[in-house]
Design a protein around this ligand. Sequence first.
Ligand code: ZN
Length: 204
Amino acid sequence: MKIICIGRNYSAHISELNNEKPLEPVVFLKPDTAILLKKQAFFIPDFSKDVHYEVEVLVKINRVGKYIEEQYAHKYYNEIGLGIDFTARDLQQKLKDKGLPWEKAKGFDGSAVIGEKWINKNSFNSLNNINFSLLKNNETVQSCNTSAMLWKIDELISYVSQFFTLKIGDIIFTGTPEGVGKVEANDVLTGFIEEKQLFSIQVK
Ligand code: ZN
């Protein structure tokens, strides 16, 4: 399986990192080795002094497809989840400054938290009106609604499937809203969609 991540999909987050608003979605991949194994703590890697959490709504692909038209995109997923795109921000900044790929800053071991619980998409009235949040040590640090996405889920599926064939089990990270920040050892990160807790991660 592969993990397809979208960058700069919420305008308030684009401003907080002083990035330009993109004309098309920013897309990058994480290898399957980036997945944080179930019940494991997240260990801050030695190569970074500034690892950030980024909470993101996830979509799990359940059908093979390429060149998917937006109007049919809904047929390619049933479940919505929540995860964290851990980012070594200091390393990412260095790579960005040099125009180099981000993989080392975004795809390292443990950098993809995928909440173990998933929610059937039919249980939402609208996928464009999902509240989600991240708590750090029981304090809300990120809180947003999918209505603030620049590109909606079906648009993202249509867009990325022009470049990458989507396969069963692939996961799309749909981008983070504002409020990203640094993690420290002993932090506990808890993710919610509406009132439902989808993951809880210990940082070490
Ligand atoms: Zn992200």
